[in-house]
Design a protein around this ligand. Structure first.
Ligand SMILES: [Zn+2]
Length: 207
């Protein structure tokens, strides 16, 4: 009786094991199917991105290609190429250079899009340089009048209008005329606040 019980137990537990195994297989298969379906949809988004790129609808292409980028575990080289190319048209040149370079690194000169990629890369690099040059000009144009200048611990600055003399000399056809400096009220210096106002052209002259 005891022996019979043990055999039954072994039989039952191996049956349970088998059942569990097939259940696990089923789940695994379902998960795989789900993953294939997901990848198929992502791939479709990528294809429609390429479709819109070829029809010069670059903003829309950007949305589709970015979706594909975000949802693929590893990025296929053709996606790198199309995203890089599309980035050129939406004027994201740094991004364009980055992805086109990646494509060329992956495929060398023998890839399906290698020569096209090299062409767009050259254009994107030129545009990027231009953009940086323009930004340099802007940097040069950062002017002191847009900032508050620290005048140091004295809090005073020699009046730059009269150079501290409190007098302005005007030379004209009739000779020299002397006028009291209208900015520093006979002190020859400005407070720091007045100085900053003067730099911005906002310091009122005394009549
Ligand atoms: Zn002055």
């Amino acid at each position: 009786m005891m022996k019979f019980g043990v055999v039954t137990f072994i039989l039952l537990s191996s049956l349970t094991c088998l059942a569990q195994e097939s259940e696990r297989d089923k789940i695994r298969m379902l998960e795989q199917q789900k993953e294939y379906e997901r990848l198929r949809l992502v791939r479709m988004e990528m294809d429609s991105g390429i479709y819109y790129l070829n029809r010069e609808q670059y903003e829309l292409a950007n949305v589709k290609l970015k979706f594909a980028l975000a949802n693929m575990r590893s990025i296929p080289s053709d996606l790198a190429f199309f995203f890089g190319k599309n980035s050129y048209f939406i004027e994201k040149y740094k991004q364009s250079v980055d992805w086109l370079t990646k494509y060329i690194q992956l495929k060398g000169t023998t890839g399906q899009y290698s020569s096209e990629a090299a062409g767009w890369l050259r254009k994107a690099e030129e545009s990027l340089l231009e953009e940086r040059r323009a930004e340099n000009i802007k940097t040069v144009e950062v002017l002191s009048r847009d900032y508050t200048i620290d005048c140091g611990p004295s809090g005073k600055v020699t009046c730059p209008v009269c150079n501290g003399s409190t007098v302005i000399i005007k030379k004209d056809y009739f000779g020299e005329t002397y006028k009291t400096c209208p900015y520093c009220s006979k002190h020859g210096f400005l407070t720091c606040e007045e100085y900053n106002l003067l730099l911005r052209g906002q310091l009122k002259a005394h009549p």
